[in-house]
Ligand binder design. Sequence first.
Ligand SMILES: NCCC[C@H](NC(=O)CCC(=O)O)C(=O)O
Length: 448
Amino acid sequence: MKSCEVNFDGLVGPTHNYGGLSFGNVASQSNSQQSSNPKEAALQGLQKMKALMDMGFVQGVLAPQERPDVAALRSLGFSGTDAQVIEQAARQAMPLLVASCSASSMWVANAATVSPSADTADGRVHFTAANLNCKYHRSIEHPTTSRVLGAMFSDGKHFAHHAALPAVAQFGDEGAANHTRFCREYGEAGVEFFVFGRSAFDPRYPAPQKYPARQTLEASQAVARLHGLKEHGVVYAQQNPAVIDAGVFHNDVIAVGNGEVLFYHEDAFLNTEQMLAELHGKLGKLGGNFQSVCVPRALVSVEDAVRSYLFNSQLLTRPDGSMLLIVPEECRANERVWQYLQGLTASGGLIREVKVFDLKQSMQNGGGPACLRLRVALNETELAAVNPGVIMTAPLYETLTQWVGKHYRDSLRETDLADPQLLLECRTALDELTQILKLGSVYPFQIN
Ligand SMILES: NCCC[C@H](NC(=O)CCC(=O)O)C(=O)O
């Protein structure tokens, strides 16, 4: 049966802003308090989705969340009408209002970890919503994420959904940003590659000193168990703590994989040789031929990788089997990275083409092309069972572009977040969106 990998991109929500909320994420911290442009952010994302669709890839869309999250503010003790809750929070605890307004659900690589049916014990596609426990503004995403994923992949015959792991740092889980899958064909059993930043229960593993390691080994292992993955189809590896301290807060800032290929930076992992050998051996037993492309630090430093987001790219298989790399504009702006990419595509290897996208609005918060998408490998029957409302088409692109034009502001600053009108704008927009995407009622304001 034919299979494909579908990229579900996060639609940027109407409250996209620069809150400086992510300690350890260099872009988020350095752009704090700048004025954002939610309309431009959403349109940049939609243009990437459209471009991939036009290239023949199956593209989906994942809805944003209700923000400000009034329910979250209520749970922190603010009370009264919705407008009063926002006004009190703005007066007494602005950082909490900012956190409850973040449009961070756009980075759907962090929404969940997904295992295709060919890898799981019960032959269904498994989803575990990520608890995103390291940052408060992200930890409030998973309940709505679960409802949205449930509305997109509702058929229990094909899709299994797991609730987020326990909400403690020991089970910190950042979803697919620390998970890659290697396979010969998308529909065949593959090797799932889990990358963690630290171990919560075993002190023998090293840990970063400056910035937090968001993903724990124990969280990755729990996800693998929940999904019913077999030991011979799983590899765990530890991120190099030094690169976390250099701003690599998720592994997808320093490595990306697709098909049989891992594209990574020389300094990305600990015990790299052993890890590569295990990947090679396990994929080999499944009939695949694991290949790796290592970018040496002599050509691209970790700092350049973090600044350009070279590895936060989408590695896509074209119909002829060769690969295409989708990179952000910041890669072209960096001379060393751009030179490396020219050499890479000219070398006659698997990666033949580089396409550049302007995603500056998201990039300024530390989210590149790969952060904006959740990959779901599906066979034909499973694809047919996906809610068709969320699959990108030319008419849907037009509708969503108009919807953004109608509802989104083109400038947002911290002080604007206290405007109760913003909540109404957001709810009006999302109510319409659930109809456009045929999601039913998924937001707190729709179900409470
Ligand atoms: N995969 C990319 C995730 C980026 C995200 N940034 C943020 O949440 C920044 C939000 C702000 O600072 O306004 C994060 O760090 O988890």
